[in-house]
Design a binder for this molecule. Structure first.
Ligand code: GTP
Ligand code: MG
Length: 445
């Protein structure tokens, strides 16, 4: 096996060299920890990273899945403290559609390219069996677009507009009962493709004790049906505590409103009812703050990372395996992309050759078939022709016979006619003498 060589600057600037084996063969002892005697400057790397990311801007894509009028748009407006383009959907869509809109937002120095994708007409069809399909198709289409960019010879992933869905807010109706089968089926289908964060919508319409039971019921149903929702990560100790607490509050019961109401001497976002005011950001009234904290302030980067490392990776792996690429052969030996490509190419050429041969044989067979059909038709035609020819000859013979008979009859007739004419002529010559004799006889009388 070939060894690679790396160079690093030793403690006193002296150049040291080590032969370094490929990563899998490196044992931890081969890395020597050294202390620096003075400032080098690579401690600015995190800042460099922050500056680079800040100047590039961030992109975050949210998918809102929930029934028509459940409060998706209002919640998005409330979450991002702005007013996105919203148009009310009808309940008469023949199938579920996905509508994506992208916005540029800026907060201090951070620029966020935010895409909000809304499910339109979800839950409105009589037959809801395929409601999840357009959503899956949309998510896959975004993965596919990214994969295609990745597979390009000239790729530009650094300025690629990543449209992969980072978080799916699944809006549950505040029924207080249980999840609908549509919710379970949809979440089950989505859970391997996207980070699902379930939320109970319009939580102001459900009583506090009922809400608690409802949450427990929902979580129980999700677990018993094997639906994997997004868990806020607890491996990073800086956020482990808050995230594990928040995992216990799922699904968040949220309220949305962009209306400002005066409470005490402060204007707050709230929903005003004849009997009182429900404050969006009051943690006694709703989990809205928890959702905003978890989705935007604490875990946005983790959601992006999970999308790339878990969901996209799974899509990519399945897609490449489907195309015939694999990392190891049946004997568990590593296979390079080049080898797979060559094998695939040969397989393809073999198949092409086989197909060609099959088609050639089929063509020959067809030609033979056609030839025999044509021969058969020719023979039939020949027979027909012979038959007609014979019929024609017979007919002609009959006609000839008839003609000779007629000719005979005609000659007899002509002879008779001539005889008759002769007799008539003779009769005409004798008639005047007879007339004279008659006149004489009359006079004598
Ligand atoms: P479509 O896009 O048409 O499917 O609707 P949507 O899901 O975006 O719902 P939207 O935000 O347009 O809200 C529909 C109605 O519900 C509006 O009248 C909102 O004021 C109301 N609404 C939104 N959020 C809440 C909430 O938290 N509680 C209550 N009670 N009503 C809400
Ligand atoms: Mg809407």
């Amino acid at each position: 096996m070939q060894s690679r060589e790396i160079t690093w600057l030793g403690r006193r600037g002296a150049q040291s060299r080590i032969d370094c084996l490929p990563k899998e063969n490196i044992c931890s002892e081969s890395v020597r920890p050294l202390s620096l005697s003075g400032h080098v400057g690579f401690d600015s790397l995190p800042d460099q990273l922050v500056n680079k990311s800040t100047s590039q801007g961030f992109c975050f894509n949210i998918l809102c899945v929930g029934e028509t009028g459940i409060g998706k748009s209002t919640l998005m407006d409330t979450l991002f403290n702005t007013s996105f383009e919203n148009s009310q959907s009808t309940h008469y869509e023949s199938q579920v559609k996905l509508k994506a809109q992208t916005y540029e937002l800026q907060e201090s120095s951070a620029r966020l390219k935010l895409t909000i994708v809304n499910s339109v007409g979800f839950g409105d069809q009589i037959n809801k069996e395929d409601s999840y399909k357009p959503i899956i198709d949309y998510i896959d289409a975004q993965f596919e677009a990214y994969l295609q960019e990745e597979l390009k010879i000239k790729r530009s992933l650094h300025n690629y507009h990543d449209t992969r869905i980072h978080a799916c807010l699944y809006f549950i109706s505040p029924t207080g009962h249980s999840l609908k089968s549509l919710d379970l089926v949809t979440m089950k289908k989505l859970d391997s493709k996207v980070n699902i964060i379930p939320v109970i919508a319009k939580a102001d319409t459900i009583a506090k004790n009922e809400l608690h039971k409802f949450k427990i019921k929902i979580m129980g149903e999700l677990v018993s049906n094997g639906v994997q929702i997004y868990q806020f990560p607890i491996d990073d100790e800086t956020v482990a505590k808050i995230n594990s607490t928040m995992n216990g509050h799922l699904p968040f019961a949220v309220i949305g409103s962009t209306e400002e109401v005066k409470v005490g001497n402060k204007m707050v976002k709230a929903r005003q009812y004849p009997w009182g005011v429900v404050q969006v950001e009051n943690e006694n009234h709703s989990d809205f703050v928890k959702l905003r904290e978890m989705l935007v302030c604490v875990n946005m980067e983790d959601l992006r990372e999970q999308t790339h490392t878990r969901h996209y990776e799974l899509y990519r792996r399945c897609k490449l395996e489907e195309m015939g690429f694999k990392d190891t052969d049946p004997n568990n030996k590593p296979v390079s992309l080049q080898e797979t490509y060559e094998a695939k190419r040969n397989e393809f050429l073999g198949e092409l050759h086989k197909k060609e041969e099959e088609m050639r044989q089929m063509f020959v067979m067809r030609v033979k078939e056609k030839e025999s059909q044509l021969k058969e038709a020719e023979r039939e035609l020949q027979d027909k022709f012979e038959h007609l020819k014979k019929m024609h000859q017979d007919e002609r013979k009959k006609l000839d016979e008839k003609k000779s008979l007629l000719d005979e009859e005609m000659s007899i007739f002509n002879k008779r006619k001539a005889a008759a004419e002769f007799l008539q002529a003779q009769a005409f010559q004798t008639t005047p003498q007879m007339n004279l004799k008659k006149d004489k006889d009359r006079k004598n009388y």
